[in-house]
Write a protein that binds this ligand. Structure first.
Ligand code: NAD
Length: 245
């Protein structure tokens, strides 16, 4: 089975580094033209240049709806369409619940959840007209099982699952498919910030006995974006080495 995304266009949020960068690179390797999106235009342009295949860099803070609407318009103008939307951008503001400030809550929900809602609302207009679309939202196993010190993050990631299932039902008749990927512990700057002891403790809980690689997630995104996944919608695919089962 070969994944061929030739002729497709993809917008990947938060794709200047980490999992998003791997997703953008893999989609481009499969033939898609990719909009690399970061808050910093220069970094997005550098990442796009290193990805190649006609990739282009765009700046957007996804927690700002006006910027999201402008982003979708710019990408559609540059590429002609957005066929594949990957909501990957995300952040954490961890603390135990009693110390979480309203601002910690709002910052995480606004970026991780409202940002995804805003990109979907803007990008589905064109997808509906063309009667083809793939939406892939990057949640987390934390959205399935919760985590001490991450009530805001877990709520945002669980919210993405409800959002995706609703979108899958609303847009199925237009041939727009929406799915969630819930990664476990993946080696990126987000997890590298943890102490080696914490990382070793994590690995010991994982049946496959290793942290994930960003490509483990990117490969599933490419599959879900492809024609091979044409009968899959509203699902949560867990990519975690067996941590949650
Ligand atoms: N690394 C993991 O173990 C892991 C596990 C489960 C889920 N995830 C999720 O995968 C996604 C990518 O994570 P990562 O590990 O690559 O993290 P990362 O911090 O390396 O990358 C996240 C990217 O999102 C961008 N971003 C954050 N807020 C933004 C905003 N308001 N507007 C635009 N861009 C914004 C950041 O600038 C960054 O480029 C996130 O949604 C994260 O929650 C990661």
């Amino acid at each position: 089975m070969k994944i061929d995304l030739t002729g497709r266009t993809a917008l990947v949020t938060g794709s200047t580094r980490g999992i998003g960068r791997a997703i953008a690179g893999t989609l481009a390797d499969c033939g898609a033209r990719v909009a690399v999106v970061g808050r910093d235009l220069e970094k997005a342009r550098i990442a796009a240049a290193s990805i190649g295949g006609g990739a282009q860099g765009f700046a957007c803070d996804i927690s700002d709806t006006a910027q999201v609407n402008a982003l979708v318009e710019s990408v559609e103008t540059a590429f002609g369409s957005i066929d594949i939307l990957v909501n990957n951008a995300g952040l954490t503001r961890d603390n135990i619940l009693l110390r979480l400030k309203d601002d910690d809550w709002d910052t995480v929900i606004d970026a991780n959840l409202r940002g995804a809602f805003a990109t979907i609302r803007a990008a589905t207009r064109g997808m509906m007209k063309r009667r083809w679309g793939r939406i892939i939202n990057i949640s987390s196993v934390v959205g399935l099982v919760g985590n001490k010190g991450q009530a805001n993050y877990a709520a945002s990631k669980a919210g993405l699952i409800g959002l995706t299932k609703s979108v899958a039902k609303e847009f199925a008749s237009r041939n727009i498919l929406a799915n969630v990927i819930a990664p476990g512990y993946i080696v990126t700057e987000m997890t590298q910030a943890m102490t080696p002891e914490a990382q070793a403790a994590m690995s010991s809980q994982i049946p496959l006995e290793r942290l994930g690689d960003p490509r483990d997630v990117a490969n599933v995104v490419a599959f879900l974006a492809s024609e091979h996944a044409g009968y899959i919608t509203g699902q949560v695919i867990v990519v975690d080495g067996g941590l949650v089962m």
